[in-house]
Write a protein that binds this ligand. Sequence first.
Ligand code: HMG
Ligand code: MG
Length: 284
Amino acid sequence: MSRVEIFEVGPRDGLQNEKRLIPAAEKIALVDLLSQARFRRIEVTSFVSPKWVPQMADAAEVMAGITRRPGIRYAVLTPNLKGYEAAKAAGADEVAIFASASEGFSRANLNASIAESLERFAPIAKAAREDGILLRGYVSVVTDCPFDGAVPPGNVARVAARLRDMGCYEVSLGETLGQGRPETVDAMLAAVLNELPAENLSGHFHDTAGRALQNIDASLARGLRVFDAAVGGLGGCPYAPGAAGNVATEKVAAHLAGLGYETGLDMAVIDRAAAMAQTIRGSA
Ligand code: HMG
Ligand code: MG
């Protein structure tokens, strides 16, 4: 059976947008439960400015509190060298730099142009290489931007190529707004695949318009075999007004199973984690 990996981003992408300041202990409990579900990679938190994303201000505490399971890489987001140094001190197995395919979103999310953000990432990439910490990259708003509208596929391909050139072992293509359609996703992937092979890409779909599974199907057809998802469908980006949660891990896993793909996940644990995620969010 052909294998597809789900990269769990719930504790980070899922929780970053919650209004209630969630106690670190609840985040730790969620990560610890997820660690029992046989993910290979879990994105735990972000070492970003607490002025920008107050919910992630406890990143070091959460990293220190989780129980690490062998075989799982615990990943975090780092927007600048300050974040990288804190992530390294916290023992992150991998860090992610995150760029945008549109200038409007780049400004809103990072207070920088695309070019400035890439300049900021270069020292992170160098340090990660020297420290032996894996580097992952994100490109946001790969089809639709809340500020600039439709995003030309060539812009996504250019930014993805820059992240690859910096040493990202994988580039996650963020459909931040959740308004992409299979056709726009397909056109975007056609452009990106001119630069990077499918095995170095991940699909990261928000489910605002309810088309995430169709967009995953379009990506599978283009050869992608890694998808980011958040247990319980948690999430939304603080700088993408109107964007709803990430596509739910349990929904993606069930969909993939129906198509004959193996994810290797323990679905009973995932269901418990989804319930815990809903409780944390206060929507159980
Ligand atoms: P800035 O205000 O331009 O930068 O923000 P600054 O350097 O002037 O810093 C402002 C303050 O934050 C300073 O504190 C810094 O020390 C502090 P002050 O001197 O005023 O007391 N600071 C930090 N503190 C802790 N850790 C740090 C850090 N950096 C600065 N790393 C900055 C620029 C990039 C820092 C800011 O814009 C930022 O943190 N942005 C992150 C936004 C974010 O986390 N967005 C959500 C994640 S991206 C996403 O969800 C999309 C994704 O899921 C894919 C998809 O769906 O598309 C990945
Ligand atoms: Mg996201």
